[in-house]
Each structure stands twice: as C-alpha cells, then as structure tokens.
Design a protein around this ligand. Structure first.
Ligand SMILES: Cc1cc2nc3c(=O)[nH]c(=O)nc-3n(C[C@H](O)[C@H](O)[C@H](O)COP(=O)(O)OP(=O)(O)OC[C@H]3O[C@@H](n4cnc5c(N)ncnc54)[C@H](O)[C@@H]3O)c2cc1C
Ligand code: SF4
Ligand code: SF4
Length: 466
C-alpha cells in the first residue's frame, strides 16, 4: 500500500519536509517543481507512516485503501509520475543557512500590501527570521484571506480550510493588520516607503484581463467569471445577473476559473438559483487540448458532476485517441457533439447541463446582438450566438499609483525586488510576492516558496546595507 497526493494539492510542500523516505516529488528546488500541478508520492518507497497526512494543510493526502473511485485516478497519476524515474531519487535535502532579517537591535518595520496567501506566507517567513521585526499589513477589504476567501470555490473544502494557517502569523504581537485601507488610494506607496524599511507588495492579480477585441460592455449579457465566483463565495444573496444567463451561455477561456463557473452553473440548477436558466454552456479554449490551461483535477471534477454531460465540439480541435497522457485520452473519449443541440436546448437530457468543450477557438470579437444576446466570433471564423458570455480569460495586477506594471500585467521584478520598467534598476525598499510577482497561476501553496524567495532577497539586501 501507499499514500496518495490528491488533485487539489496546492504545492506548499509541507509534506516534503516531514517524509522520512524522501518519496514526495518534485520537491522545491528540483527540476519540474515550478511547472508541476501537484506533487506526487512514490508508491515504491512510501512506508505508510502518515507523517505527510498530518503535515498537509489542505487535507490532500490519503492512504490508498481509503480512496474513492474518483480519487483512484490520482493514485494512477502518482504512480505514473515515477514510472520513468530511477528507483530512488537522490536525497534533495540540502542544508541551507538562512540569512536573518537584519540584527535584533534593528527593529525593522516592514509594510505588507494585501492579506492573501502570499502575504500570509511572507509574514510567516519574516517572523521566522526576526524576533524584533514589526510588520503592518494593509488590506483594502474588511476581511483577510484574499482569493483564498473570495475566489476559491466552496467545493474545495480542503483548500479553503487553509485559512486557518493565517491564525498564528496574523495574531502574532509583532503584526498589525489595518483593514479597509487601499494602498494607492488611502495611503500612498511613497508614504509607505518613507515610513517603513521595506514594502512588500502582496496585492495579487485579480483584475480580469480584458478581451482585446470586445465591442460589448460588461453588464447585461456579458459578465466576468470572478464577479460571479466572488459573489457566490462572499455575497449574502449570491450572483444576480442583470438579464437571463441562458438557456445558452458561452464561457470564454478554459482554465480552472472557467471550470469553477461551469460547476457553479450545474450546482446552482439544483438550488434554483440564477444559473438555473442555463441548459447549455460552451467553453471556448483558445489552445489545443494538449496545451489547455485547466488542471486534470478540474477536468475530472466536471466529469464527476451528477447533473451535467460533458461533450467535445466535433468541429473544434480534438486530441488524438492514442495520446500519451490519461487526461488527453479521457478528453479524446468524450462524445463528440455540435456546439448547440440541433433541436434546441430543451432537448438535452432531462435536468442535465450540456457542457461542450471547444478547443482552438480564440475569440476575435465579442459583441451584442439586436435581440439582446451575445455574438462571439473566433479565429476559425465561426460565430456563436448565445444569451450570455462569461469571460474567464485570466487576470492582471491592478495598477497602484507608484508601482510599475508590465505588459503581461505583473509587477516587474528580479527575484522579488521590484525594478523600474524603463531602466531595469531596482526600486529601493520595494518587493513583490505571489500572483503580483509571478502572474495569475498556481495554487495557494505555490505562494510559500515564492514568499521564501522574496524574503531571502530582502534579507540579503538588508545585510548588504549594514
Ligand atoms: C476563482 C479562483 C479560484 C481559485 N481556486 C483555487 C483552488 O481551488 N486551489 C488553489 O490552490 N488555488 C486556487 N486559486 C489560486 C489562489 O487563490 C492564488 O494562488 C492566491 O490567492 C494568490 O495569492 P496572492 O496573495 O498573491 O493574491 P490574492 O489572494 O489576490 O491576495 C491579494 C490581497 O491583496 C489585497 N489588495 C490588492 N490591492 C490592494 C491595495 N492596493 N491595498 C490593499 N490591499 C490590496 C486584496 O484585497 C487581497 O486580499 C484560485 C484563484 C481564483 C481567482
Ligand atoms: S506516508 Fe510517510 S513515507 Fe509515505 S509519503 Fe507520507 S510521509 Fe512519506
Ligand atoms: S498541499 Fe502541500 S502538504 Fe498537501 S500534498 Fe500538496 S504539497 Fe504536500
């Protein structure tokens, strides 16, 4: 028997540090860690000691014998990862001497902008490296947690539970949290730079990336996925569209956020909520199936929906049936279908949400029709008419006065040190972490090694200042 890492692992690597057998890979610093969607346990060397289960903040590790049918796919993915690997990987635990954050007598004052996962891991790392540091966290909302509280789906209980990781660092008496304060509006970046020894931007990237070719304004018929998901996670009454969403809706983009919206549609139908009106949804992916941006676990969550049938557009790009990954093979096995059911949405199987995945469809125009619907045109020359379009096309960092943002929507940086766009020179005392540093990809736990990198750079800079 063995233990298995489940699909919702978010790569904070707490398990790696406690495993006595060194059987969890790719570990931070190993090839493939940055791009891996989850970590995996080597079934050949796991001794079922359970240390990793206790260490995992997302409840993402289970003994193989307790797996549900759906989770058995994860067991196969864990085993496959090691099929090509040598019997035992070299121990990756190199001893690293961490630089403390200045001297205890320095009484450093650090400002952290934002209170999401990247801020939490940054505060933890700063506290670990200094007993005398004073940290002030500025958060624009009334609640801490960032997208972990506002964006992560309520289906992902294990991940949402990670909010408990905030308790210890944010209640430390070296830390002050200032809520309802937007940096750049209520207090300027320049002000922070003069009052603090360093400012760490953990402000995320949750501003929807606008579709270039759109001629339609947001509002009736055209919505942002993040607005729907935040309203569902935080709103008292959930998302209330200004017009009908269905019966036909198009989701533009095919990342995990797009799939969160499709699951919301399917589940809202059970509750008789706004999305009940949707009977058919088309998910447009600009990439081919082998480059799609959703993760395997997000795809299998769709397949597991009881009240949805998942199909693949017969006229879009299709994976080859002999593809070499289980995900591509399962995509190839989806029944092929036309984008809209020929005989109208009411003909779909009773009560089921009809979900059609269409690959290789980059949107070139999104406009409104005279009848009040939407028209979405793609690079293949096809135009799809629907009652609503929901944009899930990625995120950028919101511009804060005094902070550069580059063409990709990131705060330009070198190892976490913010640099000027024009000169590439570091901006004194200004650092960045999390989605604002790396872009909008990666799970909650990915921000842990990211924060460690930024604080390492900050400590080195403080050291060289002495
Ligand atoms: C819809 C959605 C679903 C997701 N689901 C999952 C999932 O299931 N599992 C998973 O592992 N990951 C998931 N993620 C990814 C995860 O949420 C991110 O990895 C993580 O939140 C990024 O952390 P961050 O701290 O960089 O940014 P954020 O979480 O966005 O935190 C940024 C914080 O900064 C604050 N802020 C911004 N600007 C200012 C300002 N000017 N002044 C003061 N405060 C400011 C914001 O209010 C926010 O609190 C999801 C993301 C989205 C969008
Ligand atoms: S159960 Fe023990 S041996 Fe197996 S992966 Fe977890 S920590 Fe390692
Ligand atoms: S969430 Fe963290 S501790 Fe849990 S399995 Fe993934 S990397 Fe390991």
């Amino acid at each position: 028997m063995t233990h298995v890492v489940l699909g919702h692992c978010c790569k904070d690597a707490s398990c790696v540090r406690v495993c006595p057998q060194n059987c969890i890979h790719p570990a931070p610093g190993e090839a493939g860690f940055e791009s891996a969607e989850t970590l995996f346990i080597d079934p050949r060397s796991c001794i079922d000691c359970t240390a990793c289960v206790e260490a995992c903040p997302a409840s993402a590790i289970k003994p193989e014998w307790t797996l549900t049918l759906t989770e058995r796919r994860d067991a196969a993915r864990n085993a496959e990862f090691f099929e090509q690997a040598p019997e035992s990987r070299p121990l990756s635990r190199r001893i690293r001497f961490e630089q403390p954050l200045g001297r205890p007598s320095d009484r450093l004052r650090i400002a952290v902008v934002g209170s999401g996962p990247a801020a939490m891991y940054t505060v933890r790392e700063l506290l670990r490296r200094s007993t005398s540091v004073r940290i002030t966290v500025f958060e624009q909302h009334g609640e801490i947690g960032g997208l972990l509280r506002r964006g992560v789906s309520r289906d992902h209980i294990g991940v949402r539970d990670m909010i408990r990781l905030f308790d210890v660092p944010f209640n430390d008496d070296r830390v002050t949290i200032i809520h309802n304060t937007e940096v750049g509006v209520d207090v300027s970046v320049d002000d922070l730079r003069t009052r603090f020894d360093a400012v760490v931007l953990a402000c995320g990237a949750s501003q929807p990336r606008r579709l270039g070719p759109t001629t339609a304004d947001r509002g009736e018929g055209v919505y942002e996925a993040i607005d729907i998901l935040v309203a569902e996670n935080c709103g008292v009454s959930g998302f209330r569209p200004r017009g009908p969403l269905g019966p036909r809706s198009i989701v533009i983009g095919a990342g995990n956020v797009a799939f969160d919206v499709v699951r919301w549609m399917a589940k809202a139908r059970d509750r008789g909520a706004a999305a009940e009106a949707v009977t058919e949804v088309v998910v447009l992916s600009r990439s081919a199936p082998d480059r799609a941006s959703f993760t395997p676990s997000a795809f299998y969550e769709l397949l597991d929906l009881e009240n949805a049938e998942v199909l693949i557009d017969r006229s879009g790009r299709r994976p080859v049936a002999a593809a070499d990954t289980p995900l591509l093979r399962d995509l190839a096995a989806l029944p092929a279908a036309d984008i809209w059911a020929a005989d109208g949405p009411t003909a779909t199987a009773a009560g089921l949400l009809r979900v059609v995945l269409s690959f290789g469809q980059e949107v070139t125009d999104l406009g409104k029709t005279a009848a009040g619907g939407v028209a979405v045109t793609t690079t293949t020359g096809r135009t799809f008419l629907a009652d609503s379009a929901i944009c899930a096309t990625g995120f950028t960092t919101k511009q804060i006065d005094g902070i550069p943002v580059d063409g990709r929507g990131l705060v330009p940086n070198r190892r976490g040190r913010v640099i000027a766009l024009e000169t590439g020179e570091p901006l004194d005392g200004l650092y960045v972490v999390g989605w604002a540093k790396r872009g909008a990809s990666g799970g909650v736990g990915d921000n842990r090694s990211c924060a460690s990198g930024t604080v390492t750079q900050l400590a080195a800079d403080l050291h060289s200042r002495v």
